[in-house]
Write a protein that binds this ligand. Structure first.
Ligand SMILES: Nc1ncnc2c1ncn2[C@@H]1O[C@H](COP(=O)(O)OP(=O)(O)OP(=O)(O)O)[C@@H](O)[C@H]1O
Length: 230
């Protein structure tokens, strides 16, 4: 379980400081799919970054089971991220001079995994291993970034607006891969999105406003990427 307790986070200092998270507490069960909704600037990305160990909270704790990652040193925190979490962003951040196979291999190497070809197949990119990012569509590039993240075999996959740069058809396709892989492999998913419809795909929905959680509910029947509105 991921347990976030009384987390606060501000940016800047003095008069220009801004409190992005104002006391967030939340529990995420292993193997569940959580969607975080909220208006622009409400703190969604900050929460994702703090939960995943990309950023440290000013106060409060972020626990993965027995480990409080907010108390880890830099080296230990980096090791924790390498071994436990995968990231997917709106931008794909693929290395342009590496082909699909080597981009995904980079993810596998981070976690010391040798096997990753099956992940390329699983995101529907079998046969495209030798293509370079600029030879792929946006949806294909995002599926490479999913494969790269999953090649680490992460316990938790964090996604920040993964379909933000994609049209509806491609967005549904990408979400469908994430959904089906999550149901099969049972890793934990935490996804930030502007699209309220995507919340219907989740077990748990968290709604944020002004750095606080204003609503959360869990246990809803999950819909597939092709059953939701857009
Ligand atoms: N590195 C930073 N330095 C200064 N302020 C920041 C930084 N990152 C975020 N903020 C501020 O913190 C607030 C919350 O930002 P955050 O990115 O978490 O919101 P969000 O809900 O993800 O927004 P969006 O949906 O637009 O991405 C915003 O007002 C933002 O300007």
């Amino acid at each position: 379980m991921i347990e976030i307790s009384e987390v606060r986070k501000s940016y800047g200092n003095g008069k220009s400081s801004f409190m992005a998270l104002r006391g967030i507490s939340l529990k995420i069960e292993n193997g569940t799919f959580t969607v975080i909704l909220g208006p622009s600037g409400s703190g969604k990305s900050t929460l994702l970054n703090v939960a995943s160990g990309l950023e440290r909270p000013d106060s409060g704790s972020v626990r993965y089971g027995e480990t409080d990652i907010s108390a880890l040193g830099d080296k230990q925190l980096t090791k924790f991220r390498k071994e436990n979490v995968g990231f997917i962003f709106q931008q794909y951040y693929l290395l342009p001079n590496l082909d699909v196979d080597r981009n995904v291999k980079m993810g596998a190497n981070l976690a010391g995994n040798k096997e990753y070809s099956h992940i390329i197949e699983a995101v529907g990119l079998g046969g495209k291993e030798k293509k370079y990012p600029d030879e792929l569509s946006g949806g294909e590039q995002q599926r490479v970034s999913i494969a790269r993240a999953l090649a680490k075999n992460p316990k938790v996959l964090y996604l920040d607006e993964p379909t933000g740069a994609l049209d509806e058809e491609t967005g549904r396709l990408v979400l469908d891969y994430i959904d089906r892989l999550q149901r099969r492999l049972r890793f934990t998913v935490v996804m930030v999105t502007h699209n309220v419809n995507i919340a219907e795909m989740a077990d748990t929905v968290i709604r944020m406003n002004s750095g606080k959680i204003v609503e959360s509910y869990t246990g809803q029947a999950r819909r597939t990427a092709y059953e939701i509105g857009w």
